[in-house]
Ligand binder design. Sequence first.
Ligand code: SPD
Length: 300
Amino acid sequence: MALWVHENFQNSLSMGYKVTDMLFNAQSKFQQISIVETALMGKMLLLDGMVMTSERDEFIYHELIAHIPLLAHPCPKTVLIIGGGDGGTLREVLKHPTVERAVLCEIDEMVIDACKQFLPTIASTLNSEQDAARFEIELRDGAAYVYENPNTFDVIIVDSTDPIGPGERLFTEAFYKNTKAALTESGIMVNQSESPISSPDECRRINAMLHAVFPVVKPYTACVPTYPGSQWTWTFCSNGILPNNNTGPSASQPDRVAPLTPQCRYFNADIQHAVFALPNYMEALLSPSVDRPLQSCSRN
Ligand code: SPD
């Protein structure tokens, strides 16, 4: 009989995948960690039953969470990744030759070890001796780490789980304030900011908190098919730098985009701009000027 794994999203939606092999399944100090081989999506990492990444579509998420902020910064040297224990974001960050020091701050060592063993294409940098001099791992709570490291990072990427379980405190205004303080003056923060289809209220809440902290807040979007809702958002935040400011120091960086593009499966010069084009419903949902009560999924 075929084995299936289902992500049960808020008891309302079930995303099912046919499993051909169970590669890893263990309870860590923080969460249930599972890595399965699936019939369609390749190997998949689940934390507490929620899909975190799959071999088939991970490149979309990891390229966008990394290259958008790194290319907006005039010269990113120090980068902090909060969460990201699968190594996919780190792999993309180290494609930028200016980066001298990347810190991966992951609370759960077992996630890192399991991904190094069972998801080697995603965790390739974690296993690479050649890259080892450019990154370090902090087995820490990311919220505490940013608080203790003010004025340190050019780019901070919050590659968190969903806002439940160990990742919950990474979705608070206090955390965003400490993250802002951990940035250098021209620093940029990007976080994964959930789905406007399956979690519109959460998306809006995150956006409102970011607006209370950062002068520049620019959501961007793409489809990540294995995440509930598929349509996903990330949010770019800074003290003034814009993501695609062709007139300032953060110009679109054609010299840096050209060598990066052949190393990417999703990202290119057009995508760098296109991801910021929001459909009307998303613009309305995330616009800080629209003052209306939170509502769950409006279907009219
Ligand atoms: N609903 C899934 C959201 C997961 C976002 N983070 C994934 C981590 C991949 N590096």
